[in-house]
Design a protein around this ligand. Structure first.
Ligand code: FES
Length: 100
């Protein structure tokens, strides 16, 4: 659905999504990375379990909540990717403050 414009000067970094390894451009949002890597959801809703994708891409709709590096409820459209980031699809409601 989405693909990179051919540009060999773009710096890439490695991260994981649902345990799979991917290379994405430095500086893009987590939401853009998930879409670029071909995922068809970033979370499931707590009530019906229906899949959701980023919608507004500007921090308004909260349809992009994901778990990043073990911390749930992260707005994927508001966070920049970093090397070795571990992104997981969020299943339903998550604890607000996970135990550490
Ligand atoms: S896509 Fe709407 S808040 Fe992130």
């Amino acid at each position: 659905m989405f693909r990179l414009v051919d540009d060999t000067s773009v710096e890439m970094l490695k991260l994981s999504i649902e345990g799979g390894e991917y290379e994405v451009p430095v500086g893009i949002s987590v939401a853009a990375a998930v879409l670029l890597c071909g995922f068809n959801k970033v979370r499931n809703t707590p009530v019906t379990g229906s899949p959701r994708l980023p919608y507004c891409m500007m921090g308004i709709c909260f349809d992009c909540l994901v778990t990043i590096d073990g911390i749930p409820n992260q707005q994927a459209c508001q966070l920049e990717v970093h090397e070795n980031m571990a992104i997981e699809i969020q299943q339903g409601a998550a604890e607000l403050l996970p135990e550490r």
